[in-house]
Design a protein around this ligand. Structure first.
Ligand code: GLC
Length: 734
């Protein structure tokens, strides 16, 4: 017994010594009990310049689905690379490459894997432009949380999303990717996306790091062409483009992506003012900026760098920490440091920013993604439910003459058009790992909805484009025998998104001619329009009785769309972007400056007002808006003010109603838009019920404006609070 105690005592002593030695020998950066900053500083202090530079590079790994970009063969990838864009849909390859980083490098720094999870990973939900039409930030947050869960469980730690570029030229294909024409809308939905992606803890294995993009002003691309010059004054930079990014940084977005566009002579990826003075010094962002794909090397054709080395110098010193797919930093940064053109201090700061996000993601402590079956990662019932609900609430009823919709008490419906049985195009651009087989087509959705209610017939009628009218006769023949005609039209998925500018926003002539032919039959014509941008609809507006803008609703849009057609669902979407009367009006948006001669200066040949305005959207029920009720009509600058309005559902169907609150400041030191959205609220109002909507106004936040230095100011004077066609004047006093 005594000997046993001695042995146990010795064993205990040895284990304590080993433990202490182990603890002493474990470097701080590997100790999960230490703070992130301690670990970051400890690690950077041990790194060579070469190891630091590698952390600032991003290559690609796995199948590449973006025709613009080519993937890298795995063996060319240095084990110590900082980041990879990960195209595979399961963690196996990622873990294999991660193991090399952890085991075959001197310090074992994990790779961070990024990917474009823009509107869903495998459960593809509506494009962002459509999401904003739901005016439901909670739902968007939930959808982004689904995307994060599917992505993180598949080996992606970081999404290059949300895209929050204010865009007012629908010829630009990337208008599909953001939240429309309004700064406040892009800010609110950008924040909701960041919260959905990142949750409360980046190390949670179902959260991913977000990336605000494309910083900044990319949406101002001249004439809607992509990758081109953007004329942006300091004033416009601040009153139109900066707000969504400032709010996204405040919400804790881990990263940003620098933009392609040349911002009035200084490209977004070489812009020290935006990337360092504002983002880092004024806003205190402590994450990192990744370039866009090739945007560093592109400084050369943009005329601000003579070669790749100078491009690397300009981008890095401006404040771009990571080089996406350019091989500018890995080829030149170490040399630039040795030449003293890049300071060791700035190099260390950049590396710390990247490592900080890797530590926060928990990659040092859990570098590998558990291998799970697809059925446990993708298309979970709750995920599909969220995708369907978001599609439902993003659909906008543009027109409904004489209550053509909903289709009730009807026995025969002709379903015509190139979009009727398409699944692929409903997913839109940037579909990540989306599979069209996961989608329900519009025709299938209508079959599901009208089963045992009505007899459906189908004819494609025509293709998306071209001049083959041979299908018209079949379409006419089924339409003749039907009580109503549903035409499923729109854009191919590849007609919007990156590098997808169009000189006109009209649908191809063949589609319009098909509508005109079927209109001659004298039956109700209902259009279901799928697109990644606003369309020119002035002719189709005259040829149709009802029009539903269904956007690119993702894999689960068809059933709710059919539910709206049948009346099971009351549409609640409202436009997040103006629909011009025609391409010739572009740019046309609601928050424009006032004309010097409001009653003159109109077009001679077309109307000067849009076909469908920002925030337009019809319902099957009717609402009566009461009077605006302010808590005061005069307030001192430091006081608060609230304004309420009662809205009654006067129809015979429950409905979700969004109230948009605008302000206007008719006289200001700097001219202001005729009105500016500052708040919105969506509520269910049951038929016959009245609900109160309230805007709690913080004068500097909601009535103030910003100057060309980014300084908010509030001037004494008259302001208006506006809801629909109602407005009240409030006076702000010093
Ligand atoms: C593309 C896009 C950007 C995307 C990146 C990675 O060129 O501009 O939005 O995140 O490259 O695919």
């Amino acid at each position: 017994m005594r000997n046993r105690k001695i042995i146990l005592g010795l064993l205990l002593a040895v284990s304590c010594i080993l433990g202490a030695q182990n603890k002493k020998s474990m470097p701080i950066y590997k100790d999960a009990k230490r703070s992130v900053e301690e670990r970051v500083n400890d690690l950077v202090s041990q790194m060579t310049v070469e190891e630091k530079v590698l952390q600032l590079n991003q290559y690609t790994l796995g199948r590449n689905d973006n025709a613009n970009n080519m993937a890298d063969p795995v063996n060319d990838i240095p084990p110590g690379i900082g980041s990879l864009i990960y195209f595979s849909s399961n963690p196996e390859l990622r873990n294999r490459v991660q193991k090399r980083a952890m085991k075959e490098t001197r310090l074992g720094i994990p790779v961070i894997f990024g990917y474009d999870v823009i509107h869903g990973y495998r459960t593809v939900y509506p494009i962002s432009l459509a999401q904003a039409c739901s005016w439901n930030t909670d739902l968007v947050e939930k959808a982004c949380a689904v995307a994060a869960q599917e992505a993180r469980m598949s080996g992606v730690d970081w999404t290059f999303s949300p895209m929050i570029d204010v865009a007012r030229d629908p010829r630009w294909g990337r208008v599909a990717e953001g939240y429309g024409e309004d700064p406040y809308t892009n800010a609110v939905f950008g924040v909701a996306s960041v919260k959905g992606y990142q949750g409360n803890d980046l190390s949670n294995p179902q959260n991913v790091a977000a990336c605000l993009k494309h910083y900044i002003g990319y949406g101002a691309s001249e004439a809607g062409r992509d990758y081109v010059y953007t004329e942006i004054s300091q004033q416009t930079l601040w009153d139109t483009y900066m707000h969504p990014y400032e709010e996204g940084v405040k919400a804790g977005a881990a990263t940003l992506m620098s933009s392609f566009n040349d911002i009035s002579g200084t490209p977004g990826s070489a812009n020290h003012y935006t990337l360092t003075e504002i983002l880092k010094e004024r806003w205190g962002h402590d994450g990192f900026v990744v370039s866009d794909w090739g945007s560093i090397e592109q400084l050369r054709p943009q005329g601000v760098a003579k070669d790749k080395k100078e491009a690397a110098l300009k981008a890095f010193n401006a404040g771009v920490e990571m080089d996406m797919m350019n091989r500018s930093y890995d080829n030149h940064l170490a040399e630039l440091v040795k030449e003293g053109k890049v300071s060791e201090e700035k190099l260390n700061d950049a590396v710390k920013r990247v490592l900080r996000i890797k530590f926060r993601l928990g990659l040092f402590d859990k570098p590998y993604t558990p291998n799970g079956a697809e059925k446990d990662r993708f298309l979970l019932p709750k995920s599909l439910e969220i995708a369907e609900k978001l599609a439902e609430e993003s659909i906008v009823l543009l027109k409904n003459d004489n209550k053509t919709l909903p289709l009730t008490n009807i026995s025969k419906i002709a379903v015509v058009g190139p979009m009727a049985k398409s699944k692929w195009h409903l997913l839109g651009s940037w579909r990540a790992q989306g599979q069209s087989d996961d989608a329900i087509s519009l025709f299938e959705g209508l079959e599901n909805e009208f089963k045992n209610k009505a007899q459906l017939s189908y004819a494609s009628g025509c293709d998306f484009e071209g001049d083959d009218k041979s299908g018209f006769e079949e379409a006419k023949s089924i339409a003749k025998n039907a009580d109503a005609i549903i035409l499923c039209l729109g854009e191919k998925a590849q007609w919007s998104g990156e590098n997808a500018s169009r000189s006109t926003i009209t649908l191809p002539q063949i589609q319009e001619e098909l509508v005109a032919e079927l209109k001659k039959l004298g039956k109700p014509v209902i259009l279901l329009l799928s697109s990644g941008r606003p369309l020119e609809l002035n002719r189709l507006d005259k040829l149709s009785n009802a029009m539903l803008q269904i956007w690119q609703p993702g894999i689960a849009g068809a059933n709710p769309i059919a539910g709206i057609v049948s009346g099971r669902i009351n549409p609640s979407g409202k436009l997040s972007i103006t629909f011009p009367y025609s391409t010739g009006q572009i740019p046309i948006y609601y928050n424009h400056r006032q004309s010097a001669r409001p009653h003159q200066g109109k077009y001679q040949d077309i109307p000067s007002t849009p076909l469908y305005e920002f925030a337009h959207g019809l319902s099957y029920t009717s609402y009566e808006y009461g009077e605006l009720q302010p808590s005061a009509l005069k307030i001192k600058k430091g006081n608060k003010l609230s304004v309420s309005i009662a809205v009654t559902n006067t129809g015979n169907m429950d409905g979700l109603e969004t109230v948009h609150w605008f302000i206007s400041d008719p006289v200001s030191t700097i001219s202001r838009p005729v009105k500016e959205l500052k708040h919105f609220e969506k509520q269910m109002i049951e038929k016959g019920q009245t609900k109160t909507f309230t805007f709690n106004i913080d004068p500097i936040r909601d009535l103030g404006f910003v100057n060309g230095k980014g300084e908010k100011f509030l001037e004494a004077g008259e302001y208006y609070i506006i809801v629909k066609d109602k407005k009240i004047k409030v006076e702000v006093q010093d």
